[in-house]
Design a binder for this molecule. Structure first.
Ligand code: ATP
Length: 277
């Protein structure tokens, strides 16, 4: 499934500047597409606009060549999944039941689970290595465990396109790599994966294409080797960097250099901090 946006502009109520400013993008079918950019550059807003969660001021979104507005909400939920950056868990619910919610758009009129639904839930729990937590209340999970459960819910949905907003932000190295490999494999098998991340090196390693946003605008778009230009990244992130090809992964690696600010937390009048007791 392809995501297409044309001249997409989103402005939040009361805001003097748009969060997204005339953004064009094409996320090709069966690709792994990463969206990068500094804090507040519009990445989450782009994901919300592509999934119909915020209404653009101007511009259009098409999913699988059909305007977003023409999609039946239930059909859209069957085909397109999303893992938002944050989500509160206000009610006690077991991990298995939360992951099973990913099956809702597929259930029949009576809402009864079929063997296919149970298999999808079991596989999703396994893929995200949370089967051992299946009976736990989600409110008792650690940050990384909950993150993996939320990804499992999206996988249980078996969408044809999946958008994820910083899904590995609280994961350790093993689980982060496992999830990225899983998403890469899903893209190779036909799923369209849209990933928002701050991990420049991992994005370069796993993604086919990168969209770089700054202050709501597209600064660069293309394969990682093209987008990862040191001068461009320095200008966007306002921090000096070096870009090298990693000899092991053969993908670009961004090395943040010593920066111009925040070198010390000592008081500005020159007095050293009080000694600790
Ligand atoms: N609901 C909202 N109401 C008003 N302004 C908002 C709202 N959501 C986001 N914004 C603003 O829109 C801009 C883009 O926010 P967005 O969350 O899309 O950035 P982001 O690139 O995902 O940032 P981060 O890397 O910090 O998650 C920011 O200036 C933000 O403060």
């Amino acid at each position: 499934m392809t995501f297409r946006a044309r001249e997409l502009t989103v402005r939040y109520p009361g805001s003097d500047r748009p969060a997204l400013d005339c953004v064009d993008l094409v996320v090709p079918e069966a690709s792994f597409y990463a969206v990068l950019g500094p804090n507040g550059s519009g990445k989450s807003t782009l994901m919300r606009a592509l999934l119909g969660a915020v209404k653009p001021e101007t511009g259009t979104v098409r999913i699988a060549d059909r305007p977003l507005a023409d999609w039946d909400r239930r059909a859209l939920a069957r085909h397109v999944g999303g893992v938002p950056q944050m989500e509160s868990m206000p009610f006690p619910v077991s991990v298995r039941d939360l992951v099973a919610m990913g099956r809702y758009p597929h259930l029949g009129a009576l809402g009864a689970e079929r063997p296919d639904d149970r298999t999808a839930v079991t596989h999703a729990l396994e893929h995200c290595e949370v089967s051992h937590l299946a009976e736990r209340d989600v409110q008792t999970l650690s940050g990384g465990e909950l993150q993996r459960v939320r990804i499992a819910r999206a996988l249980a949905q078996q969408p044809r396109a999946l958008a994820l907003d910083e899904p590995t932000a609280s994961l350790d190295i093993r689980h982060e790599m496992a999830i990225l490999q899983l998403l890469r494999g899903a893209a190779d098998e036909g799923m369209t994966v849209l990933l928002i991340t701050h991990h420049l090196d991992l994005a370069a390693r796993f993604a086919d294409r990168i969209l770089l946003l700054d202050r709501g605008r597209v600064v660069a778009e293309g394969p990682p080797e093209e987008v990862y230009d040191a001068a461009t990244l320095e200008a966007v992130y306002r921090w000096p960097v070096d870009v090298r090809v990693d000899p092991t992964t053969r993908s670009p690696r961004v090395i943040p250099l010593a920066g111009p600010v925040n070198r010390s937390v000592a008081p500005r009048d020159g007095h050293p901090p009080e000694p600790r007791p």
